[in-house]
Design a protein around this ligand. Structure first.
Ligand SMILES: C[S@@+](CC[C@H](N)C(=O)[O-])C[C@H]1O[C@@H](n2cnc3c(N)ncnc32)[C@H](O)[C@@H]1O
Length: 346
């Protein structure tokens, strides 16, 4: 791997910091799984949906994680049987221990491996998964759940989550001296190890992201998992328009996730609202800030294209006639723009 160095900041001392978007890579550790255990907005929304759907049902939990959270919850709520699939072998072992500790190993079967390589002894009537990224589709939910729909689930399967979205708004972060949070460096290294080389990876924004927004917010992905509708398209191009609300220098676009776990009446989790640490907004910087005035309308085009691994999408975002923000899942260029050249040196 090339020699490189990264500009870092102490997260406690800086108003805004950057950190890698890592959910779409095999980079999870105890610290990350601890965050998933927090009784936050994400947790409440999933728990409510799982409790409502589970009684008497055969379920599959795709990506059960270290603590088999939703499989255990489902079994407690009366699921007939839960098949809990986990891609990472060591994490699957820990999940099996969690199931035994909960006294539920007669009703929860932990299956190590990727869901796409797993065969179930019976089809599931409820599918729960939390493979939702900081850009909603980034962890491969469309391809993974499409495969589950075809091979692992009944035709009338209930899907949790029901809808995942990505929203976008323009931001002015020209006053922020952005650098990567020092505490997140281990994840940066793990992402580059997973992809085989350093590249201009997606970066999340830590800090009061709301305060930096200077435009209206628009959905750029709205992905629905529902037995009565066709499966979501793997590749998509969507256009929208941002309306500028303040005199500012637009430095980039913020992208964030909203998750509806249930079809009706359920809680919708908004990553920007700060009620969970499981997701964070992505910062898509422009090469140079652009002056904008209130009332400006900016056309935006967002493209999702499945990468050559068949699961994780590559993205492209274009605003007006500015150069596009290109965000491949892997195999991308390194230090291709002034923003990344300022962060990374070689
Ligand atoms: C964001 S974590 C969620 C863990 C837990 N379900 C929760 O909600 O707290 C996603 C987990 O899914 C696993 N995973 C991702 N894609 C998978 C797939 N296709 N098959 C099995 N596991 C997968 C990852 O290894 C990771 O443990």
């Amino acid at each position: 791997m090339n020699k490189w160095a990264v500009r870092t900041a102490d997260a406690a001392g800086a108003p805004y910091v950057l950190f890698p978007s890592m959910g779409e890579y095999p980079a999870y550790d105890d610290r990350v799984y601890d965050a998933f255990d927090a009784a936050d907005d994400r947790h409440r929304a999933y728990r409510t949906a799982v409790r409502a759907a589970a009684p008497g049902k055969v379920m599959v939990d795709i990506g059960t994680g270290r603590d088999a959270l939703w499989a255990v919850e489902a079994a407690h709520a009366g699921a007939r049987h839960v098949y809990a699939i986990e891609a990472d072998p060591a994490t699957a072992d820990r999940a099996a221990e969690a199931v035994i500790a909960a006294g539920l190993d007669d009703r929860v079967t932990v299956l190590p491996g990727r869901s796409s390589e797993t065969i179930l002894p019976e089809r599931a009537e409820v599918c729960v998964s939390e493979i939702v990224g900081n850009i909603a589709s980034a962890e491969g939910a469309i391809a993974v759940l499409d495969d589950a729909r075809n091979r692992l689930c009944t035709p009338d399967c209930v899907w949790i989550p029901f809808r995942i979205q990505t929203w976008a708004a323009a931001v002015d972060l020209t006053g922020a001296d952005l650098a990567v949070a020092a505490e997140s460096l281990p994840y940066l290294h793990r992402v580059f190890e997973a992809t085989g080389a350093p590249f201009d990876l997606r970066l999340c924004l830590g800090g009061p992201a709301d305060d930096a927004i200077i435009s209206s917010a628009v959905p750029i992905e709205s992905i629905v998992f529902d037995a009565d509708r066709p499966p979501p398209a793997h590749d998509e191009r969507r256009t929208a328009e941002l309306r500028i609300g303040s005199l500012a220098r637009m430095s980039g676009i913020l992208l964030w996730t909203r998750v509806a776990t249930e079809v009706r009446g359920g809680r919708e989790v908004d990553a920007l609202a700060g009620g969970t640490r499981a997701w964070a907004p992505i910062y898509a910087p422009f090469p140079e800030p652009v002056p904008v005035t209130p009332g400006d309308h900016l056309p935006l085009t967002f493209t999702r294209h499945t990468s050559d691994d068949g699961i994780h999408p590559d993205y492209e975002l274009t605003v007006g006639d500015l150069p596009p923000w290109q965000s491949p899942h892997h195999n991308g260029p390194f230090r291709a723009t002034p923003f990344y050249r300022r962060l990374f040196s070689t």
